[in-house]
Design a protein around this ligand. Structure first.
Ligand code: NAD
Length: 407
């Protein structure tokens, strides 16, 4: 019997015991890490719920495999399937070069209006890290996914379009731009900012995070990044007035002592926040930010806790959510059963959390931590952990499964 996850009008999910979940295996190392991930997720669900719950996986095509099977890199049928089943998971996909497609990942985000790129960055004990106290890192980035300089509105130097724009700027806006320039446009809107910030605040409230930081470069880009911060504060007041407070209110009304049950909304200039997440990581929790800042910060923070091989991610919209590995297809390792499947496995755990299957998700996180602590790790970690044993991608999954059974 087909069982679908249903999204209620208030955003909550109805999850049957045997939900159908579409997956895109991905290209390059995708099949290796997907196989490992699927085994770990199935085992976690089986052991957490004593066989009462089970995912029915539904393969759906995109990327090279999609192109081979149906002549399209991102078939409409795949997008329809994801919309229909609400929750999906995907491996990395090759960006076709010179095929008129900027990036399949960006296309999926835009076509499904997955406006929040959510990246939890939490340290797993024993993973090698460049930080002195990596255990202080526990942040979740909400990066706006649909606009900013990534909206794809740009024109090449010398093109007719850019010449028209430069003439327009000169004649109508009294603004000089060097005629040889290329130009990109940075749209940031109140409605898209507010829905992103609202989802970050709701996440902080639901998970008990004490603060949401609005990261921006508004001291320079006042009407885009500055407006992002302003609209972010407005969203907090309008939608979560009784559950949030600003730093000014914290000091004026509460003498600097944060009251129980209220999330602190603060804002920080982007370059300063890059320093702060290194120097005082425990002062930052949920971070909401426009697209470009979020892209940089996500990878920088991932490095602080051991690199992209262990960083999970998801793209979430009002209609559906896609959980994904945060690294690329690493073509030179394709089919070698060698790379670290940790990113996709942890994204699988995020997916289970999103479905409300938290026991299974927690089991996966504990299982990974135990496997790393036991020193059974893939090459990328083995070369950094003294005395560890290098195992294959599939064997790392087996080690996690074995550890989960002891939990
Ligand atoms: P990449 O992330 O694929 O690989 C860079 C290097 O990182 C690899 O050579 C490898 O040394 C290491 N690495 C990556 N994943 C690893 C893992 N799981 N375990 C251990 N080491 C790992 O980046 P790239 O080489 O810039 O991109 C290759 C392709 O992937 C391109 O076509 C690019 O467009 C695409 N890409 C896709 C996504 C996505 O689907 N989300 C993201 C980034 C890049």
């Amino acid at each position: 019997m087909t069982q679908k996850i249903i999204k209620n009008s208030d955003g909550s999910l109805q999850v049957p015991d045997q939900p159908v979940i579409p997956f895109i295996e991905g290209d390059g190392i995708g099949p290796d890490i997907w196989r490992a991930t699927r085994n770990v997720i199935d085992s976690a669900v089986e052991t957490a719920y004593s066989g009462k719950k089970k995912i029915q996986w539904l393969e759906t095509d995109a990327g090279e495999k999609g192109f081979e099977r149906c002549g399209e890199w991102l078939p409409d049928k795949t997008l329809d399937t994801i919309r229909e089943y609400v929750v999906a998971i995907k491996g990395p996909m090759t960006t076709p070069v010179g095929k008129g497609i900027r990036s399949l990942n960006v296309a999926i985000r835009q076509k499904l209006d997955l406006y929040a790129c959510v990246r939890p960055v939490r340290y797993i004990n024993a993973v090698p890290s460049p930080m002195k106290s990596p255990e202080k890192v526990n942040m979740v980035i909400f990066r706006e996914n649909t606009e900013d300089l990534y909206a794809g509105i740009e024109w090449e130097s010398g093109s007719e379009e850019v010449k028209t724009l430069i003439t327009f700027l000169k004649e109508k806006m009294n603004t000089e731009v060097l005629p040889e320039s290329g130009i990109g446009i940075k749209p940031i809107s109140p409605q898209n900012t507010k829905r992103l910030v609202a989802s970050a605040i709701s996440y902080a409230i639901d998970r008990g995070y004490p603060s949401v930081t609005l990261m921006h470069k508004g001291n320079i880009m006042k009407f885009t990044e500055g407006a992002f911060a302003k609209w972010g504060y407005e969203a907090a007041k309008e939608q979560f007035g009784d559950k949030t407070l600003t730093e000014t209110e914290l000091y004026d009304k509460y003498n600097g002592k944060q009251p129980e049950g209220k999330v602190l909304i603060k804002d920080r200039i982007a370059d300063m926040l890059f320093q702060q997440v290194l120097l005082r990581p425990d002062e930052y929790h949920v971070i909401a930010t426009p697209n470009l800042n979020g892209d940089y910060l996500s990878d920088a923070l991932a490095a602080q806790i051991g690199g992209l091989g262990m960083a999970p991610g998801a793209n979430i919209g009002d209609e559906c959510a896609v959980f994904e590995a945060t690294h690329g297809t690493a073509p030179k390792y394709a089919g070698l059963d060698k790379v670290n499947p940790g990113s996709l496995i942890l994204s699988g755990a995020m997916m289970l959390d999103y479905m409300g299957w938290n026991e299974a998700a927690e089991r996966i996180r504990s299982g990974i931590a135990a496997a790393v602590q036991a020193g059974t790790v893939t090459y990328d970690l083995a070369r950094q952990i003294k005395g560890s044993t290098e195992v294959k991608c599939s064997e790392f999954a087996d080690a996690i499964i074995a550890q989960m059974k002891n939990i």
